[in-house]
Structure formats: C-alpha cells, structure tokens
Design a protein around this ligand. Structure first.
Ligand code: ADP
Length: 552
C-alpha cells in the first residue's frame, strides 16, 4: 500500500470519528480501515461494559456475523483482559505459545496478534485485537498506524457512548416532563374541583342553616308575635331544613366513601316488590301533596334480586323524589321493574315532568350539577342525588341511563345483575310475634310493621309470649326485655332451650341502651338487638333484613 493511500485512509478515519456519532457504524468503518491499512485475517473490537468490569465483542471483521461467538473477557482475564487492565499494547508473535490466551481453538488458532487497549483521555473504553493465521508479527510501523486509529476510535466510542447516554437521558427527561405536566394538570383540575366543591358546599349549607337560625331566633327571642299556627310553621321549617342538612351531609359522606373505595355493600336477597313498597310508603305523602299519580309495577310479583337493600332503596328514593319534584301538579310518575333476561333486573322510574334538555343529559350526573331552570330553582336539591345514584348502581355492577324530552318527561332506567333469578312459592317470611307490655310502644310497632306488609301478633307479657310462641309458627319474635312476670331474657332462654321453638329468631327490643345489655341479650340467645325509641325507617329495614337472612 503506497503512502498516499495510507494518508488518505487515515484522513478518512479522522474525519469519520469527528463527523459521525453512530457507534456501530464508526466501529465497523474503523475495523475495515484497520484491516486495509494493516493486513490481518481477523479484527475485533471489544467494549468495556458500564460497570467497567467486562469486555464484550461488539464487531468483528471480516466475519461480521460471528461476533456473537466471540468470548467475553473479565478485566484481567485472557490476553484481552490482561492488556486492557494494564493499559498496554501487546504484540504476540505466536498466540499458540502464549499462556495468556483463553480457550484458543487450536484448529483455527490465530498466531501473530496485536492487542490494543482503547483509551480516550478520560477512560478505558475497550480493546482492539488484530490476528493473523500465520506467524508474522506486527511491525512497529504497523503498530504505530494502529495506535493512531485506536486513539481516534477510543475518543469516538467515548463520545458516541456519551451521546447515546445523553439521548436516553433526554428521552427520560422529556418523559418526566410530560409526566409532570400531566400531574400538574391533574392537580389543577383537582384543586379547581375542590374549590368548586367548597363553594357549592358552603352555599348548600348556608341555605338551610339560614332558615334554621332565622326561624329559631324568632322563636327564641319572641321577635314577632306569632299565632300558634305560625309557630308550628316555624318549627316545621326548622325541622325540614335540619333534615335537608342531614341529607346533604349523608350524601357527601357517601360520595366521599365511594371515592375512597370505602363504600361497602352488604348484599341480601330480597323481594324487589317489598323494597319498592317501602320506598313508596316513605314518598307517598310527597306525591299526594302534589296530586301526582304514582304507579308501581313489578313483574313477576315475587321477583328477587341480590343487592344491598338499603342502597337499592336509596337509588329508588332519589329517582322517585326527583321525578315527583320535577313533575307539575296532576302529572304522572311510575316505577316499573322487570326481569330483562334471566340475569338482569331492569327498573325504570318515569315521569311526565319538565324533561331535561339533551345538552344536560350527561352533566346532571356530575356532583352539584343542576339544570338551571325555573323549576330547578323553585325546588330543593343538592345536585348530589344523581351522582350518588349512578355510583351506587355502578358499585353493584349495573348501569343507569336517561331518556328525556323537554316538556314530555324523563325516564331513568337502571340495570342490575340479578345474581341468579329467584322466585319463591308459598310461605312468606313475615309473621312476627311482638312481646311488649307498654301499650303505646305496642301500637307504634304494630302500626309500622303492619303498614309494611308484616303479619303481627301480640303478647302483653312473658307468659303470654311463651304460650303464643309455642302454639303458632312465627318467623320472628320481637322481645321486650323489661316485662312483668317472667322477664324477656328468661323467656328467650326458655324458647331457645325448647327444640320446638329454638329455631325462631328473637330480636331484643329494649330501652336499656346500656353497653353490656346487648351482650347479655345475645348471650341469652337473641339474634339481634334494637334499642328504643325505634327509628321507624331503620326499624322496618332491620326487621326485613333479619327475616330475609333467616329465610335464606
Ligand atoms: P337535585 O335533585 O338534588 O338537584 P340530582 O343530582 O338528583 O340533584 O339532580 C340533578 C339535576 O338533574 C336536578 O337539579 C334537575 O335539574 C335534573 N333532574 C333530575 N331528575 C330530573 C327529572 N326527573 N326531571 C327533570 N329534571 C331532573
């Protein structure tokens, strides 16, 4: 090779190393240039790994495909590791006679070799090896030429690796920046929602509080001379506002429970009809006051669903109270429940009310969202009901949809998985024996229970209770504890120890709301404990739940 060619090649090598930063291309070019300048049978470039502990072949020439078969060397291991660790150029006359060579394949063993550490001014980056199959040692001129290439290559590899690392880092930074921007946008949105929520909340709290404070002040300080009827109205107002506040707080708590994933459903199998009737009883006065016809249709009559009954009723209550609220005097509201297929319960709550414009169909399910119409402004509301309703339904694995036309009315329809359609035939679990000596308590409990479809029988003392429980089949005994003659706990123990009556569940009903009384009642054999005074809605709900649990 004449001098001009050599100078040309060296020039190209120099240019390449300053112009291109692609690691693999640079190395391939260097290997080719090296084997053009200095004749050899194989040339290999090894790169030192990130930890600076082992050297792996990255490229070979001319057998480019065989790079994977080239051994990896720990620093200090084999001739490559040896030369690299000592930062020394090694020219081997005959590899087969050098003990530093690792696992030499004798059939194709290289003979004369040149091993050069690749070092940039900063660090060791790898090694370059050149081998001949014959014993023809590399001359000092050849070594000098290779040294020029090796120096250039080391700098170029170092730069390329830095460049690679930088590119990765830049990509990571860009990704982190993107992530930060996303989090920032989320935080902004949360903070906006929070401010909106607080503004809404304080407004919603202020309205009923204003009424409570205003009316109670009038009453407390006798600010206005009031007729008896007006005093009653003031009290009525305070009571309604208090109830509204409680509803608001409960809704907010429920929503935050759902949000935090802490809303637990307590599943029961129950008759859809019973749940609808119970809600109907509570809501009937609202519809009657507005002269709204409220109809109920449950098909089949004994349709059962597995769901959280109190939440199911809350959903119905929310939808029905909205339907009544947004329907003019004399209109119609209906509930229709049916079994869509063998797996789905479908409940529609419809009205002939004001209807909802299409652009609000999705938004009314957002917290505090209310359609800003004359009707909405006239009626009470928190804007939380539908949002809560939808989430409760979704928690059950169901969906809630709306069809509505302004001026015609709205139909909210929800689907719930039935979790196995069940119908019962014959026996209904609703016969209750009430053992209670106090007349007004007896009357209240009887009225509430009969009004909700239970059959109630009465015993006025322990003796009569024992006698009746033994002579007729009951599904549940409600047992007052303080009874004349034999007290309720003794009667309970006697019924529980008699095989004829031991399976009847007994619920203690008592004014002794002291801690320890409950344990005492449970120890005597009671399945539950209800303290007096009873809260009507809750009372019915608990009795229904006990009966359903016992029945299943
Ligand atoms: P609230 O009834 O307490 O205002 P909701 O979340 O239950 O809150 O309902 C949100 C809004 O959706 C209501 O304020 C009303 O504008 C609209 N809406 C709900 N149900 C009906 C309905 N049956 N007919 C007309 N508008 C309704």
């Amino acid at each position: 090779m004449d001098d001009k060619v050599i100078v040309d090649l060296l020039g190209q090598v120099g240019n390449l190393f300053t112009s291109s930063l692609e690691l693999k291309e640079t190395i391939d070019f260097m290997l080719k240039a090296a084997s053009d300048l200095v004749s050899c049978d194989a040339a290999t470039v090894f790169l030192l790994d990130e930890n600076g502990t082992s050297l792996s072949a990255i490229a070979t020439f001319p057998f480019t495909e065989s790079v994977a078969q080239v051994a990896t060397f720990e620093l200090g291991e084999g001739i490559v590791g040896w030369a690299s660790q000592r930062r020394k150029v090694v020219s081997v006359v005959d590899a087969t006679k050098d003990s530093r060579f690792k696992n030499l394949p004798m059939a194709h063993a290289p003979r004369s070799c040149l091993v050069m550490p690749l070092q940039s001014p900063q660090r060791l980056v790898g090694a370059l090896t050149m081998a001949r199959r014959e014993v023809r040692p590399f001359t000092s001129v050849e070594q000098a030429l290779m040294q020029v290439i090796a120096n250039q290559a080391a700098i170029s590899i170092d730069n390329a690796r830095l460049h690679e690392r930088q590119t990765v880092q830049l990509a990571q930074i860009a990704e982190q920046k993107h992530e930060l921007e996303r989090s920032y946008a989320q935080i902004n949105e949360i903070s906006r929602l929070k401010s909106e929520f607080l503004a809404n909340m304080s407004h919603e709290l202020r309205t009923p509080l204003n009424a409570i404070l205003g009316f109670s002040e009038i009453l407390k300080d006798n600010l206005v001379a009031l007729e008896e009827e007006q005093r009653h109205e003031c009290l009525e107002n305070i009571h309604t506002s208090g109830k509204h506040l409680l509803e608001l707080v409960n809704d907010v708590l429920d929503l935050s429970k759902i949000e935090a994933g802490r809303m637990e459903l307590s599943y029961d199998d129950f008759f859809v009809n019973n749940a609808v009737r119970e809600v109907h009883n509570v809501i009937r006065s609202l519809s009657e006051r507005r002269d709204i016809e409220l109809s109920i249709e449950v098909e089949p009559h004994d349709l059962m669903v597995r769901a959280d009954k109190s939440k199911f009723k809350q959903v119905l209550y929310n939808l029905l109270s909205n339907a009544i609220k947004f329907t003019a005097q004399g209109g119609k509201v209906w509930v229709a429940a049916r079994c869509d297929d063998s797996e789905t319960l479908c409940v529609s709550v419809g009205d002939t009310g004001v209807g909802i414009p299409p652009e609000h169909h999705e938004r009314i399910f957002n917290e505090f969202y209310q359609v800003d119409s004359a009707t909405t402004r006239q009626v009470e509301g928190t804007g939380l009901g539908l949002s809560l309703t939808r989430r409760i339904i979704e928690l059950h694995g169901g969906t809630l949809k709306l069809e509505s036309q302004v001026g015609t009315g709205s139909v909210f329809t929800f689907n719930l998985p039935l979790a196995g359609l069940q119908t019962t035939n014959g026996h209904r679990h609703n016969r209750i024996l009430l053992v209670e000596d106090n007349r007004s308590n007896r009357e209240l409990a009887t009225m509430v229970l009969s009004g909700n479809g239970f059959e109630v029988d009465i015993a006025v003392d322990g003796n009569e209770g024992l006698h009746k429980a033994r002579s007729a089949p009951y599904d549940l005994v409600l047992m007052d504890i303080e009874l004349p003659g034999i007290d309720g706990l003794t009667v309970t123990r006697m019924l529980k120890s008699d095989p004829k009556t031991s399976s009847i569940p007994i619920i203690a009903l008592t004014a002794n709301a002291m801690k320890g009384n409950e344990q005492e009642a449970l120890a005597a054999g009671c399945s539950g404990y209800i303290s007096k005074p009873i809260e009507v809605a809750n009372f019915v709900q608990r009795i229904a739940t006990y009966l359903e649990t016992e029945a299943s």
